[in-house]
Ligand binder design. Sequence first.
Ligand code: GAR
Length: 210
Amino acid sequence: PLDLGVLVSGRGSNLQAILDAVAEGRLDARVRVVISNQADVEALSRAERAGVPTRVVSHRAFADRAGFDAALVSALREAGASWVVLAGFMRLLTPTFLEAFPDRVVNIHPALSPSFPGVDAQQQALDHGVKLTGCTVHLVDAGTDTGPILAQAVVPVLDGDDRAQLGARLLEMEHALLVQALGWIAEGRLELVPSAAPGGRTRARFAGVV
Ligand code: GAR
């Protein structure tokens, strides 16, 4: 099974999708620890209800990002996590963090990358007037929502949608896509394909998935 550490900042519905899939035997993984940079968030209650150890590592307790990231790495290592999932984790990670888990940090982003990176991609999609948006599961690199894409799914933007309506439609798709991608990783299907071109992007694919 995959030994997961899940980083969260808030509501934790994507975490819940992982916990449910593990509990129901649909995902061959163990959530070793849930770490939040915010105290008293719903994600922590969800982890506690599932019997998963929790930690709060507040970014405000550290003078710089390097110190915060080192504390995260220690907590993840102590818990025995070998893969890290960012499930609504709203802090950028440093290259030092990423080097501790090379090509093993997965993020869910509520847009079709490379469109709408960064904060509130749902509102960015509404403001732009796109008719289709979606969600992206990707490996994290040093950029913002830029690493190798693992899976994407499309969601329509309907006339009259507000942020809450579009967000809810996206969230349902996020939950399914994140569990699907983690399942394929757990099955050992992930392949990284370096670019032949100098400075080109590494691409990801899942063996046997069309
Ligand atoms: C989700 O929509 C997730 O895609 C987004 O935050 C929400 C967290 O919800 N993440 C980002 O925007 C990261 N750039 P959740 O806490 O209920 O999973």
